[in-house]
Design a protein. Structure first.
Lengths: 220, 236, 251, 67, 236, 220
């Protein structure tokens, strides 16, 4: 068996000393799609930000190809793409200029590749319009266009379908399916029902937070 | 498996450095108000001085070196808040942090862009304002030179404060509080260069100190900024 | 009703564009001739001032520029008010165009004044009351331009800068009064502005020529800026499309 | 009314005030010329932009017709 | 039909005025940094003056009235950006605009809260800083009185600038550009009150002018602010 | 027949001189729920903001109980409740304090009523926690708690389900249903399928923008 790409061992997260979930074990191989579920406030965003390396308050281990991410951070960062609640788009710049910057940071895509990506993300003809003039969904699409450019193996997407219309959701699902079938891994949170082949669902309610009961604390 | 998905060999950091620099300058061009603003603040703040102290040349001339420096400092200070704020608000700061690039160079690019659109224009405007405050003509070169070094240093040092406060709403004035103590040595040496030049005293030593500050700041400040940014983003 | 027709027509960018097309050459010719006439007259044929010698010839630029800078502000503010009250888009176009012209003329009056100051007062800059107010006027202009440029939405930019221009109109008299008062209080003993209330007619006529020339020049430039701005705003309308196609046929 | 200077040299020097006077006239006329030409240049550029846009619209319509 | 859904009879505007005032003061208490910041800026900016101009009392004393006023002006100016910014960013400004309340009073409540957390503390701190700048003792009362009126006026006038620039990213310095010309008359009369008091001259006239400014501003500024806010929100 | 509550006549909206939709006619009576549909960038947000009185660049008429809103603005503003993309919540304050301010502006609800509303919105126990410590969905729930307090007849909701979990969506739908059955009117935009009784769907694509085609313009 090949090593799992991403492995979580006994992962527990907390915010401001308040535990969210505990002892999450998960091992994701290439070709998988994992949907993180849970009611509002259960810690989905916290988990995804932790995986992206943005939150560093956790207990347990995150392994990348069998190695702790802290040790292989450089390699790991080459291989992840994170899109969070805030899309990371400069509204004074055009979609093309925004993507050009991202690709200079990560994928070194050509200008043609960027235009193609924008077209495929449902924004043909909007390459040169300042992003301030786009609607909520269009703005989100600019951010998601990075998926077409990226060569990262792990996509970490926090509620990617926010503000996206129905046909957009279908396209996005197809894109994710093709990514997994190429050996990629998708981790996403969403409250919607998804129609992805081989989708695994992880409900954070199954890993309830260990409230620090007085007696436990004593032993700790 | 997936050669399409194979990890990249890291490209020269220079490409990312240039891309970030270009993006920030482009933003300054797109929002030209932002670029002109520290300049305009400088202009107006200097204008207020005669209005409150009186228009007599004999009153103004001795104050000119100090006032020109203090106001340049305040102009830089006030422009700092925008340095990382918008990147933080729209989420591109997170992206910068998790990108496979040396944060040192990305930060350096951002600070350089900041200096090019604030410190440099302020330096170039200073002689004109010196004229308005009746600065004796011996002071002009010293003013420009000291501001050139001083504003670079202030951009670098100020970036640390900006990074620390970026996750706080209305960080602007808290930022002043954090950064001003760090600016005091720069101010003392900078104002002294101009004062001495006006009086005909040597200014070599003060300029050398300013130069040393800049060197030190270039080497260390981006590292501190990078750390501070990580903390700020973590606190979201 | 027909009394107001011109007003409604004025609100039509297309009407304005074609109406002024014929005016441009005439205005250009008249202001050009007057400018050359006034310049030559003022530089070469007017007698030198008995106190200031030849440096006073700067007055032929300084005073017209200062005049128009002030009047330009009111042109701008009135256009802004018309735009706000009658929701007339053309007025906003005029307002937007008037700002850079006014700022340029204010700048000119400051620069010519500063250059004049060197031979007369021995210094480039002096915190004279009029000079100070002029500098503040420049700030007002710059503020309006910066605000206009900062908005990405055109309607908001128009309305916001018009509102600021109106706030400025309330403030200009206050500013002038207070700066004047401030200066009489602080009157430095070292200098006296050698203004000539009874200027000799041989010096006055070229000055009047230059003032008239600047007025006409102002009208010309305002029209040119406005026409360019109209083209930018009306780019998707049929008459501009026709005009552009027409323009393409020309060599 | 007559020419107020003895020679061209004199006219240019203006008894020492020449640099100031000529600088003023130079700057002023430079600004005036700029004020006239900047809207003209802008108009030219706008027309070119509109032309490009029209061409693009034609292309879009062409594509739509073929589809 | 639906008495549960019946339209309300409008309640006295006072309730909404008080609620907005209370909310803004509560916010200032929750984020105490914001409240202390103009104060701290004032403190530090005044501290910089002796550092750049030299510590001699004879140098500082004549400058004190003007410098104390200029820096109070700058402190107020810098706090303006936060006046509507956070309400705009989180959308509560929209809610305020569409609520069935007279915008005049809501704006007045916000400006009053702003003055209570910036202008008033600055006024109270001023005598202490006056001491540091060797302000002659005749000037203290005049300083407090003129700042009391002046800061109120500056909060009101500044709110117009804040409302105009609230929808712009990094409006902070553009705001300065817009507002400073409007502050100049206030500065002239305010600094003059202190100057005259130090010299033993009468100050009635200047105080009356400042009072007139405040009255005019209370009557008109909230209307302009309300208009500007509508424009800004429309531009989103 | 009673007069419709809200009537749109020949409504056309544009942004920066670019037309979005044209000649929208719609008349909504009490007890109705209207879902505005349309792909990203079609103008849903613009329409809802126009109805709330925030965008004022439109052509056509908006009538409230048969009168133009510009004439009965005061009465109209007493009767609408708008929740947009940005929830209007101060993160430094607690949910209770936030709602207290809103209710002082509009509904003058008591403190108990506010606590009940928060409980019903799914936030019992969170009354006194600063909103900065809430997750995306919880924040949204604070804003939506206003629905429990409001006595406005018209609810204007722009993508209210964003970031809300599944049980939350069901509760919200029930709330809307009870509002309409009390004679209220709900106008909302959403990309999700809703299960509301008597739901009307308005697709903005049915009111296409009049693009200024050369030939059309000629006749204009
Ligand atoms: C930066 C410097 C200066 C500025 C901004 C400035 C500004 C002005 C303005 C705004 C006016 C028009 C006033 C009005 O229409 O009521 C004016 C007029 C005039 N200025 Fe200046 N000035 C400057 C320097 C000078 C200097 C150095 C002189 C002469 C020594 C001078 C002499 C005059 C005269 C003679 C007039 C015409 C007086 C009148 O018509 O009442 N100015 N200046
Ligand atoms: N601030 C703005 N300035 C100029 N144009 C804008 C602005 N905001 C939106 N637009 C344009 O107006 C159109 C409609 O935007 P709107 O936000 O109403 O769409 P929407 O239907 O709500 O889309 P979404 O489903 O993505 O939220 C878009 O095409 C967008 O490009
Ligand atoms: N900045 C913060 N500081 C402290 N606590 C926080 C912060 N952000 C979130 N929390 C708390 O952490 C918990 C988890 O938040 P998180 O954003 O991860 O939830 P989520 O599962 O993404 O919820 P949602 O579905 O609403 O987006 C919440 O209970 C929230 O109260
Ligand atoms: Mg979340
Ligand atoms: Mg929308």
């Amino acid at each position: 068996m090949t090593k799992p790409l991403l492995e979580l061992r006994q992962l527990s997260c907390e915010r401001d000393e308040r535990p969210l979930f505990s002892d999450l074990n998960l091992s994701c191989g290439p070709g998988e799609a994992v949907q993180i579920l849970g009611p509002n406030g259960s810690g989905k965003t916290t988990l995804l930000r932790t995986l992206a390396g943005l939150c560093r308050e956790y207990r347990g281990q995150i392994l990348w190809c069998g190695e702790p991410v802290s040790r292989v951070g450089w390699d790991y960062r080459h291989n992840i793409l994170f899109i969070g609640h805030r899309p990371g788009i400069k509204t004074a710049l055009t979609p093309r200029e925004n993507l050009a910057w991202y690709s200079a940071l990560t994928d070194h895509a050509s200008r043609d590749a960027i235009d193609t990506a924008l077209g495929r993300a449902g924004l043909p003809g909007y390459e040169d319009i300042p992003c301030a003039q786009l609607s909520a969904g269009q703005l989100r699409r600019v951010a998601l266009a990075r998926l077409h450019l990226s060569r990262a193996r792990v996509w970490i997407l926090d509620e990617p379908f926010t503000a996206i219309d129905k046909s957009g959701v279908a396209e996005l699902e197809a894109l994710m399916a093709s990514h997994t079938s190429n050996g990629g891994l998708v981790m996403l949170s969403s409250h919607q029902e998804l129609a992805l082949p081989g989708l695994r669902r992880v409900d954070l309610m199954d890993y309830p937070a260990k409230w620090l009961e007085p007696e436990e604390l004593h032993n700790a | 498996m997936p050669d399409a998905l194979a990890a990249q060999t890291p490209r020269p950091v220079f490409a990312a450095f240039l891309a970030t620099l270009r993006r920030d300058l482009l933003l300054a061009v797109r929002l030209p108000g932002d670029m002109a603003n520290p300049l305009v603040f400088y202009l107006i703040a200097i204008t207020l001085i005669p209005l409150s102290l009186g228009p007599e040349r004999e009153v103004l001339a001795p104050l000119a070196p100090g006032v020109l420096w203090v106001m340049a400092l305040l102009a830089t200070l006030l422009s700092l808040d925008g340095l990382f704020r918008s990147d933080f608000d729209d989420g591109s700061l997170e992206q910068l942090l998790i990108s496979p690039q040396l944060l040192y160079f990305s930060v350096l690019a951002k600070v350089l862009a900041h200096w090019l659109v604030t410190g440099l224009p302020v330096t170039l405007l200073a002689p004109v304002l010196g004229m308005m405050l009746a600065l004796p003509s011996e002071g002009y070169w010293a003013l420009c030179l000291s501001l050139l070094l001083g504003t670079a240093c202030m951009s670098l040092v100020g970036a640390m404060g900006a990074a620390l406060t970026v996750s706080l709403r209305r960080g602007g004035l808290l930022l002043s509080l954090i950064v001003m103590p760090l600016y005091i040595p720069i101010l003392i040496f900078g104002a002294d260069v101009v004062q001495n030049a006006v009086l005909g005293d040597p200014i070599r030593f003060q300029l050398a100190v300013l130069g040393a500050f800049v060197t030190l700041a270039v080497a260390l400040a981006p590292l501190a900024v990078a750390g501070a940014l990580r903390i700020s983003v973590d606190a979201t | 009703m027909s009394n107001w027709q011109w007003f409604h027509r004025l609100g039509s960018p297309r009407w304005f564009y074609y109406k002024t097309e014929g005016w441009v050459p005439w205005l250009a010719a008249v202001s050009g001739i007057l400018l050359v006439l006034g310049t030559v007259w003022g530089l070469a044929f007017a007698p030198p001032d008995y106190q200031q010698g030849n440096s006073y010839r700067i007055i032929y630029l300084h005073v017209p520029a200062a005049f128009l800078a002030l009047i330009g502000y009111y042109v701008m503010a009135v256009a802004g008010a018309v735009g706000m009250i009658w929701r007339m888009k053309m007025a906003f176009v005029v307002m937007k165009s008037a700002a850079p012209i006014g700022a340029a003329l204010t700048f000119l009056s400051l620069v010519t004044g500063a250059i004049w100051g060197k031979p007369t007062w021995g210094t480039w800059w002096e915190w004279d009351a009029r000079i100070t107010s002029m500098l503040i006027l420049l700030f007002l202009y710059l503020g309006i331009m910066a605000l206009q440029a900062a908005f990405q939405s055109r309607d908001a930019a128009d309305k916001a800068s018009a509102l600021l221009a109106l706030i400025g109109t309330v403030n200009i008299p206050i500013i002038y009064k207070s700066v004047d008062w401030w200066h009489t209080l602080h009157q430095p003993a070292t200098l006296k502005l050698t203004s000539a209330p009874t200027i000799h007619s041989s010096m006055l006529y070229p000055l009047l020529t230059m003032i008239l020339a600047f007025y006409i020049f102002y009208a010309l430039v305002l029209i040119l800026y406005t026409r360019a701005e109209i083209l930018r705003r009306e780019g998707r309308t049929q008459w501009v499309i026709d005009l552009v196609k027409e323009e393409a046929k020309k060599p | 009314m007559s020419f107020q200077f003895d020679s061209l040299q004199d006219f240019i020097q203006m008894s020492g005030h020449g640099p100031f006077v000529w600088a003023c006239y130079g700057i002023t006329f430079a600004v005036l010329v700029y004020l006239v030409f900047s809207p003209l240049v802008r108009r030219r550029r706008l027309i070119r932009q509109h032309q490009a846009w029209l061409k693009q619209m034609d292309r879009v319509r062409e594509v739509a017709r073929q589809a």
